[in-house]
Design a protein around this ligand. Structure first.
Ligand code: 4NP
Length: 170
């Protein structure tokens, strides 16, 4: 006998926004890695993903050429992403606003409505077995910095998905 359980309850979703300074290196990389892992986990309709910068210098710009190159070599396509600046309204839209470093956290706290401050987190909190706190800014450095960003994003996004899974069970 087949028992068919029907429910009209809407499926729970969780929305996350990755944030760095310029939204052209670290947070688009985190967005690309997270999208890839979430698709592989068949959770694209449950975990909604975006990224933004605390600054406005690169609004409308494509991700940094070096970030796109390094990501592309690992199978992540960042070409469709465009820079945007985070605003106070984003703390209503996103369950988690996930910063790359402590300076991003400080900038986010400065614009966040007090009731939503607990939505601000550091990405590396979700990476298992590391005491590294921040994803370092690769913008003024060499190629190794972009590889390190990818390594950190891959580990932390795996941990983030694992942390979100129990919350998706309604
Ligand atoms: P992101 O890197 O915060 O990881 O996107 C940077 C991008 C641009 C600049 C600094 C950091 N900038 O000074 O223009």
């Amino acid at each position: 006998m087949t028992v068919c359980v029907r429910s009209n309850a809407p499926m729970k979703t969780i929305s996350v926004c990755f944030v760095c300074l310029g939204n052209i290196c670290r947070s688009p990389t985190a967005e690309g890695v997270m999208r890839h892992q979430v698709e592989a986990a068949r959770l694209s309709d449950r975990i909604l993903i975006d990224s933004a910068g605390t600054g406005d210098w690169h609004v409308g710009a494509s991700p940094d050429r070096r970030a796109q190159q390094a990501a592309g070599e690992r199978g992540y396509d960042l070409s469709a992403l465009r820079g945007r600046q985070i605003g106070p309204e984003d703390f209503e839209r996103f369950d988690l606003v996930i910063a790359m470093d402590d300076a991003n956290v400080a900038a986010l706290k400065a614009i966040c409505p007090p009731a939503q401050r607990d939505r601000i987190r550091l990405l590396m909190e979700f990476a298992p077995a590391t005491d590294i706190r921040e994803v370092a800014d690769p913008y003024f450095g060499g190629d190794a910095g972009f590889e390190r960003v990818l390594d950190q994003c891959e580990a932390a996004c795996r941990g983030l998905i694992a942390a979100l899974r129990p919350q998706l069970i309604t």
